[in-house]
Design a protein around this ligand. Structure first.
Ligand SMILES: [Zn+2]
Length: 357
């Protein structure tokens, strides 16, 4: 990876009046043009000033909103960097410490951090996790090392069903304790925003228990959490796929809606495991549309193990913004999705590749 020193973009001469109007003060948070900051008065109070960082990683050096392809190999790094954060939590300016100290000399800050000898980097976003669970599945590695497939482990009572049994038995306190431990570890590693799924209950009570634990973590931890209802993570033991769909649509989602209306839960997304032997395309579509009707954003598992043409369900024109675990997606179905995506000018697709869920 090549570290790139951004061109100097700050100007030292003070503005003629006390209000900056998109003046060229430093790299901004990425949503504005290069070298601009939001408007502020020189005597304004800001939340935070981090200065003297040995390196400050700004990612983009030319005002790009993101990096893609080979350009991801070239990070923009500012030596002796500084960053100013406003009272609204938004990054107001990024640049060298010398420049920002002069530019903000009349401003006051709630907090100043001397980051000498440190590196300041943007927070990481983990857009797909299953962090609420009980029951260790390390023993399944022996089966997998012996050649068992994901579905063979699943059919032998392992996989998701093993975790479901233990998660159903766990108390909310136990789940909260292990969740906060996991999220705290992620926070220490740099994750500041994480998507957290339910999905190891498969019944109303346990799914609500998991989502309530996620809700509690939102206020207990200094990190952003996006909450996802994943009651269709597997077909519960003793039920058919059709019965599971009926329970989700007619029992679980209405109860979820009540809890959300009361302000007891804030759920952002809905997820379905669209997979051969789990939920087919029709079931997936039915559940996702029911969730969308409640205002939930759609973010589902598609084509993880078999090509299911999930991308056709994940048509952004239907308001579906993210599909994960998609190594088995056909070029044809992904192409359909991407064409639809461009036509819809909708959210960016998120195609992730990871194994254990
Ligand atoms: Zn997953």
């Amino acid at each position: 990876m090549t570290l790139q020193t951004p061109e100097p973009v700050t100007e030292l001469s003070p503005p003629p009046v006390e209000t900056f109007a998109r003046g060229k003060v430093g790299l901004d948070s990425g949503t504005q043009e290069r070298g601009t900051v939001l408007c502020f008065t020189m005597a304004e109070t800001f939340r935070l000033f981090v200065k003297n960082a040995q390196q400050l990683v700004a990612v983009c050096s030319g005002g790009e909103r993101f990096l893609a392809g080979d350009r991801m190999q070239r990070l923009a790094v500012i030596d002796n960097g500084a960053v100013v954060v406003g009272r609204d939590g938004l990054v107001r300016a990024v640049g060298s410490t010398d420049v920002l100290e002069k530019q903000f000399r009349q401003a006051s800050f709630d907090k100043v951090i001397d980051a000498s000898g440190m590196v300041v980097v943007p927070g990481l976003i983990d857009s797909h996790t299953h962090p609420v669970w009980a029951g260790d599945r390390v023993h399944e590695f022996a089966m997998k090392l012996a050649g068992a497939t994901y579905m063979e482990v699943h059919q032998a009572g392992g996989g998701i069903h093993f975790t479901v049994e233990h998660t159903r038995r766990a108390t909310p306190e136990q789940l909260f304790s292990s969740l906060t431990e996991r999220l705290t570890r992620m926070l220490r590693a740099g994750t500041t925003l994480v998507e957290c799924k339910s999905g190891y209950g498969l019944d109303l009570d346990t799914e609500l228990k998991m989502l309530t634990v996620v809700e509690k973590a939102r206020t207990a931890l200094p990190m952003g959490i996006s909450s996802t209802y994943c009651g269709a993570h597997a077909v519960p033991k003793g039920r058919t796929e059709a019965e599971a769909v009926q329970d989700i649509v007619q029992v679980q989602l209405p109860r979820l809606q009540e809890k959300m209306a009361l302000g007891e839960l804030r759920v952002n997304n809905i997820d379905v495991f669209c997979e051969k032997g789990v939920f087919d395309l029709d079931s997936t579509r039915t559940i996702l549309q029911a969730g969308k009707a409640l205002g939930l954003q759609i973010n589902f598992h598609g084509d993880e193990l078999h090509p299911m043409n999930s991308a056709e369900v994940g048509d952004p024109q239907r308001g579906i913004g993210a599909m994960c675990h998609s190594p088995a997606s056909s070029i044809h179905s992904l192409a359909l999705w991407l064409v639809a995506l461009v036509l819809a000018m909708s959210a960016f697709p998120l195609v992730l590749f990871h194994i254990n869920c």
